[in-house]
Design a protein around this ligand. Structure first.
Ligand code: NAP
Ligand code: GLV
Length: 308
């Protein structure tokens, strides 16, 4: 196979090319250059240039370096027949779990307030935690969502998971798509780990926030376009939501004059909740390339109709 690596985001793409080449010595791996060779069978990509599909018409497989394929599916020249394969975990799920736990614990134990008390040299223990007052609802029970949910459940928070199928996630209550209202009614900390699709775009809206338990908290680590920004601000203003942590935004990087930067109720991080780790991701892709060459089926193939 000839495999081309094409990413507009990698600062050192040659590192990826070398790692892939080492993992697949029997294949040829090369860096995308504007001309293309016209001979590539597969591409490993993250935000690839649009010309890739024009210059490499023989591509049969596209290995995405991330879990979310929404940006790829929006590319106008993406050929219908090409098989899209996403990263399954790649070291991201445990990072997503860490991220959520960090903010969940900080909020539920009020740990942020101790900095203010320290500044005043005040020795003042705050209230004990009542975990039942902090039920967590995870939207999306896939590779990321299941790991996040189980990590919260392992610390004895009550956890519910909402997914299309309502597939069970051990230690949590599962809700299928048609039970959104029941799921929201029992949730105080809403964590979004859904893929961005036509069905889920704008799902984090006033209509959803208003069904949560009082004094609710939002953690969005999926995609910025899941969130209706004006609804978030309105629900923070009305007190319906106590705060939010946002890792992803409709425009990234978040513009420097965006109001989220200076809003004390919102914590902003720069799309870092989970990064695919090179060694694990390369090993996974190499295994799948070999399986494809042997004519075997592989996991992580995107269902174009479902958009994830
Ligand atoms: P996944 O394994 O495909 O899981 C997707 C989950 O969402 C599944 O449980 C699916 O239900 C559910 N779902 C899809 N559409 C739904 C709908 N309309 N209603 C209810 N549930 C729906 O995906 P993943 O690997 O967990 O990744 C999820 C997303 O996380 C990615 O798409 C990406 O946007 C985001 N992400 C962000 C970062 C970051 O750094 N911020 C890192 C990695 C991933 P079923 O189980 O029934 O199919
Ligand atoms: C990151 O956002 C991913 O989708 O992997």
């Amino acid at each position: 196979m000839e495999i081309v690596f094409a990413s507009r985001h990698e600062s050192n793409p040659l590192e990826w090319v070398n790692a892939l080449q080492q993992a697949l010595p029997e294949h040829r791996v090369r860096l995308w250059d504007e001309g293309g060779s016209g001979r590539a069978d597969a591409a490993v990509v993250w935000a690839p240039p649009a010309e890739l599909f024009v210059r490499e018409p023989g591509l049969t497989h596209l290995f995405n370096l991330g879990a979310g394929v929404d940006a790829l599916l929006r590319m106008p020249d993406l050929p219908d027949g090409i098989t899209l394969v996403r990263v399954e975990d790649g070291g991201m799920a445990v990072q997503m779990a860490e991220y959520v736990l960090h903010y969940l614990i900080r909020e539920s134990r009020d740990l942020g307030r101790y900095a203010g008390l320290q500044a005043q040299a005040r020795w003042q223990p705050l209230d004990d935690i009542d975990r039942d007052a902090w039920p967590v609802g995870v939207m999306g029970g896939g590779v990321m969502g299941a790991r996040v949910a189980q990590a919260c459940a392992a610390l004895d928070y009550p956890v519910a998971v909402w997914s299309r199928s309502g597939r069970p996630v051990a230690g949590t209550r599962a809700f299928s798509q048609d039970r959104l209202a029941d799921f929201l009614a029992g949730t105080r900390v809403l964590v979004n780990v859904l893929p961005l699709t036509d069905d889920t775009r704008g799902i984090l809206s006033r209509a959803v926030f208003e069904q949560l338990r009082p004094d609710a908290y939002l953690i969005n680590i999926a995609r910025g376009d899941h969130l209706v920004e004006a609804d978030l601000l309105a629900c923070l203003d009305s007190g319906r939501l106590r705060g939010a942590v946002l890792d992803v935004f409709s425009r990234e990087p978040l513009p420097s004059d965006h109001p989220f930067w200076t809003d004390a109720r919102i914590q902003v991080t720069p799309h870092v909740a989970g990064a695919s780790l090179m060694s694990l991701t390369v090993r996974q892709i190499a295994g799948k390339v070999r399986a494809v060459v042997r004519g075997e089926s592989i996991t992580g193939v995107v269902d174009r109709a479902r958009q994830y």
